[in-house]
Every structure is written in C-alpha cells, then in structure tokens.
Design a protein. Structure first.
Lengths: 149, 344
C-alpha cells in the first residue's frame, strides 16, 4: 500500500516536473509569405542564405541580406509560434477574389507553423511587420509582374 | 461540408470584422475587413460572440444584415421542398421554377487598347456559358466523377442580356476599389441593381481575373467585375480577345457564384473551416491548374471540379445541390435578392 502511494507520488512529481519544463528552443529555418488568387500565385520564401520568389511557375532567387534576416527574426520575436494559427485574420476581400489570399508559414528545425489565410491588403496586426519585412526583402528580385501560369 | 449552427454563423461574421481597422499594404486595390469561419472551441465561440456584440454596436446595419442573410439561408434550407414560387414569410422559392435574371454588361475599355472593347459576339458567348453552367447544360458536366455525380445541380437560373454599355477610359487598370462601378469615378453606374445583375468588363490588373460582391452589400456596387480577356468562350470563336487557360467563361460563373452567396469550396480557411454547404467535401485550401481525380485532402477526395475552386476553366464544371439551395435562398421571400423574383 505504502509502496503504491510513493509510486503515485513520484509519478505525480515526474509529471509536474515535465509540465513545468520550458519548451525546447527552436531555430527558425525559413519564413514564407504566399499570396494567391485564381490565376496568380506569388510565394516568397526567405532563409538565412537565400530569398526565393516564385510567381506562378517562375522562380527567382537572391542572396538574403544579413540585416533583413535579422530584422525578420526580430519581427518574429513578438509572436509565439505556437499561437500563429490562432491569430484572427480578415478574409472579406479575398473571399470574393478582390484581394489575394495570403498566409505566413514559419518553418523551424522542429516543425512548420501556418497562419490562417488573410487578405493581403490587411494582414493581422500581429503579422503586419513580418509581412512588410518579407515584401521589402523580396523587392526587385522578380521582374514585376508576370501574372500568367 | 458540415451543417452549421447560428452561433457559428455569428462567429463567422465576427471574425469577418475582427481586423477591419488594421493597416493596409499596397497592391491591387482592396478595402478592409473580414471572416474566418472556424469550427471553434466553446471558449473561442464565447470570445467570438463578444467580438460580434462589439462590432454589431459599431456597425449594426451591415453586420445585422449579414447575420439575417445567414439565418434566412438556414430557414430556407430547412423548408426546402415545400415549394411555392415566390414563397412567403421567408419561405422557399420553387426549386424547379426558372429564375430569369436580366444582365447589364458595362464594357469599360482603355482608349489605347481597342481589344478590350470586346465584341457583342464575345459577350453573347459568355451569356451562353452562364446559361449552360447554371442550368447543368454544360457538356463537360459529364466528366464529373461517379462519387459526386448525384450532387451535380441545375440551379434553374437563366441569364438574359438586357443591354451592353460601352465606355472608353484612359485608365489602364481599375484595381478592386469599385471605381469602375461609378460614373463619377470614371466608370459606369449600375442599372436597376435591385432587379438585375450588373457585370463590369475591364482590366483589373494585379493578376486578378475577376471579383464579386456578396448579397447584402450596397446596391451602388452590386454585381461582378471580370477582365475582358476572361469574359467569353474561345469554344465559340478563336478570334475573341481571350487568354487561356481562363478562356472558357468560368471566371464569370465563379464570380456570379459569389454574387449568389456561395463561398469558396475550401471556406477560405483550413480543413476545419466551413463553406456553409453540406455536400461539398472538406478542403484545406484552393486547388490550382487541372488536378486529377482523386485529389485527396482533409481526409477525403476534394471536389476540385467545383466552380468555386481555383482551377483552370476547363477543369471546373459543377455546382452541388447544397450550393443550389444556398443560392436560391437569396431569391426567396425575405432573401437579399427577393426583388428579382415577382410573386405570381
């Protein structure tokens, strides 16, 4: 009986300890902004090394500027990645095709986190700076603007 | 997808306005606001209802109207079958009677691009596509996989060209800010929007083929906008100003679907987001190009051939019975477009 009690006690202690552990740190590997509507898809993916812009099926790349990558990581510091899918977004315009449907995806060494879709014209406050930095980082990479598949 | 409850509808609308006043980025046109119809947890729903209540206080007219339209749609779906043309007290319109919709086409072309001033024949080819697609007369409907064949719907909606209005402009592209719908802003005012569909044909720009307005919005901007090179069908003539693979008239079919209160097939969200239609399978996002069958997502075969997906014109060829119910609710007594239907 006493043995069982101690076993339960240690099990409880173990669970409490496990729950109170801080989450393992994650390393951000890439950040992606996709913007799409019927007939048009633009995807910007930034890693520490490279910034890639895909417009429909055409791919353009450039070396990522260190300060832009730093800026992006700073922008992301204010966001808990696990909460990214819970951020409320606005899709009124893209729901009738009057804006691109946009989405931010952050890939870490552990997993990928996706935001809800949002109108490209109105990113949620929490993601506004991230989106601005991504767009600024990709400026000039693709000849603006090939729009056909 | 799943059936919805009214609290969830409220949630849908509440999300719709949760970021109405946020900063904007520049690109093609656009204004503010929106929705994300998530299948929310109870906690989420409570939060959602709070947001909803606050937003109703801020903008009671529009939001109440959206809520009313969803409630009306639910009632219509529940009563479907007890049909009587024109209905009464929020009742249904007949599921068999044809609804005839006069169409005003405003061709607003650039002075230096005569090709944008599309021909009468090209316009008629588009009207013919609409009449086929909304009456299940399109020959490609036969490609529907057996799994979905019993769900293919005849909306019993007929489109009749009332008049074409032609206007030239120095503007090269119009964006999505509705300027093309206003004579004062260089475009062309809608004609009889309370009883007619207005379609503006102009270069939108930014890669946008067309856009629409859901029922319940302002009559001054009611209708759809389509780029000239996506309006009409190359199946009628190779001489039309059209651009493949969006050259079969399905952009207008898709946009008029929105005008009839249909959402995108994926509900504009992930697998847990509803398009408010029970017989469309779940989808976690749009499909592009020309997907094969089956294309699996969200644990089921997706209906990539539905007009409300994002595939090529030749690869979309059906609406469902559930979408038909939702669209026809719009014309029932008490519905946002009931003025289009005269009660006998």
């Amino acid at each position: 009986m006493g043995g069982l009690f101690f076993m339960k006690f240690y099990l409880l202690l173990f669970l409490l300890t496990a729950c109170s552990n801080k989450p393992m740190s994650e390393t951000i590997e890439s950040v992606t902004l996709s913007q799409q509507t019927r007939g048009y898809q633009k995807v910007i993916t930034i890693t520490q090394q490279q910034t890639q812009v895909t417009i429909n099926d055409k791919v353009y790349t450039r070396k990522t500027q260190p300060q832009q990558w730093k800026q992006l990581l700073e922008n992301l510091q204010s966001i808990k990645l696990a909460n990214l899918p819970a951020i409320k977004t606005s899709i009124e315009r893209s729901a009738v095709d009057a804006a691109y449907s946009a989405q931010v995806t952050v890939k870490t060494d552990k997993q990928a986190y996706e935001s809800n879709f949002f109108d490209h014209t109105t990113p949620p406050n929490e993601l506004a700076n991230v989106v601005k930095t991504i767009i600024a980082s990709a400026k000039g990479i693709a000849p603006e603007e090939s729009t056909r598949n | 997808m799943k059936k919805i409850t009214l609290p969830l509808v409220a949630g849908f609308i509440a999300y719709a306005v949760s970021s109405c006043f946020e900063p904007t980025l520049q690109e093609p046109g656009g204004s503010l606001s929106d929705h994300n119809a998530r299948v929310a947890s109870e906690e989420d729903r409570c939060a959602t209802m709070k947001v909803w209540e606050e937003k109703v206080k801020e903008n009671p007219g529009l939001l109440r109207k959206m809520q009313e339209i969803e409630e009306h749609t639910q009632r219509f779906a529940a009563q479907k079958g007890n049909s009587k043309p024109g209905g009464g007290g929020g009742g249904p319109v007949s599921t068999t009677a044809t609804i005839t919709i006069p169409v005003y086409v405003h061709v607003v072309s650039n002075v230096n691009k005569p090709e944008e001033d599309i021909s009468d024949a090209q316009i008629q080819s588009q009207i013919a596509v609409l009449n086929a697609d909304f009456q299940k007369l399109n020959s490609d409907a036969s490609q529907t996989p057996a799994e979905f064949a019993s769900r293919v719907a005849n909306f019993n909606i007929q489109f009749v060209l009332a008049r074409t209005i032609r206007k030239s402009s120095t503007k090269t592209q119009w964006g999505t800010n509705d300027a093309v719908k206003s004579t004062k802003r260089g475009g062309s005012d809608p004609i009889n929007p309370e009883t007619s569909l207005n379609i503006w044909v102009c270069n939108i720009g930014g890669g946008i083929l067309g856009y629409a307005q859901f029922p319940g919005g302002s009559l001054a901007t009611d209708g759809v906008v389509v780029g000239p090179q996506y309006f009409g069908s190359s199946a009628v003539s190779n001489n039309f100003y059209l651009e493949a693979p969006y050259d079969k008239g399905r952009t207008a079919t898709h946009e008029i679907g929105h005008w009839l209160n249909l959402r995108h097939i994926w509900g504009d969200g992930g697998c847990g987001v509803d398009d408010f239609v029970a017989d469309t399978p779940l989808a976690g996002g749009p499909n592009y190009r020309c997907p094969g069958y089956p294309t699996v997502g969200c644990g089921n075969n997706m209906m990539t051939m539905n007009y409300m997906d994002y595939t090529y014109d030749a690869c979309m060829y059906m609406f469902t019975e559930g979408q038909k119910t939702r669209a026809r609710a719009v014309f029932a007594s008490g519905g946002p477009r009931s003025s289009f239907v005269t009660t006998p």
